[in-house]
Design a protein around this ligand. Sequence first.
Ligand code: MG
Length: 388
Amino acid sequence: MIRTRKELETAEAALLAPYAQKSGESRGRIYRERQHPTRTEYQRDRARIIHSRAFRRLEYKTQVFLNGTGDHLRTRLTHTFEVANITRMIARSLGLNEDLAEAIALAHDLGHPPFGHSGEEMLDSLMKEHGGFDHNDQSLRTVDVIETRYPKFPGLNLSHEVREGLQKHAKFYQGTDDGEPHPQPSLEAQLANLADEITYYSHDLDDGLDFQLLEPEQLGELVVWKESENEVREHFPRLKGREFRSYVIRCIIDRQASDVIHTSSALIEAAKVGSADAVRRHSAPLIAYSRPLLKANQKLRRFLYKNLYYHPRVAGANQRACEMLRDVFEAYLKNPKLLGNATSRRVKTDGLHRTVCDYIAGMTDRYLLDEHARLFTPRVYANLGGRE
Ligand code: MG
């Protein structure tokens, strides 16, 4: 028996919470398309994201550690999968639309440039006079215009609800049932956003410990670590070393997710929102940490900035890579022919700076390093067997 889209939509309506965004109630896509006979709108969105080139490139982009530093450190791609997994887990508990929440999570970092946060800062400063650079805006730009896979429209032509979820810094979102701008996105979007944080807090701690930039003794002052550490000691008093640390990380994720589930459920109930649009009109987000966890996470964040992200072994390598990013950027500005035909065609419509910025933001770490060698040390590059 084949289940039709209509049947899947009916199943969603029966199974999901009243405040979940149903795929059958989607506001559609910028370019109108015929609906699929057996797939819902958000299933299609998820497939389009996974099959995009930008998604595949996440494998070779830095999360925190320069890509290639260690085979089991997180990359932008494994980070994205972890965000998608935590998003789905919480979405299911709260009766939200898993397909929609997962699609937003899978697309959330598509616009991230090479070399992680340092790469983003460098691109932003290079674009200061030309509209700046922000990876969230770039994720939306990637799915709206940069990906070209379909003959009838630019970009991936994703649904309104996935695009809404990618507008992380928007003050107002367009399009409730009354057509007015509204202060919140869907719960699915709020969730994917918070799951990103839960994910990187836990895996950055994990990678920092694994790479021995952090020591477990340093972490005793952090409530987030301490509570989970006590929990593990209570249940597994003899656990040591890597096994111990891994299990503490596991408990941190579990505690954070369960806090968000309970806090959000209470907030949703108190707000008495009976539909996805009532969520959008609500004055405050309804997916949230409890106050104590919010405070503890803020402290963890400060700790990670001080001891991990700006650690000389992390920041030094990223800084050197970013200087290469700047060199390549400036080389393209001086000689736009280096961009190649397909990219240079964009200069007329988007201007030279934005075209160069888009091109570089789409690169993987290794492509950019390769391009730097091709432009600045061609002899070395030729000896390595590089392309013409
Ligand atoms: Mg992220």
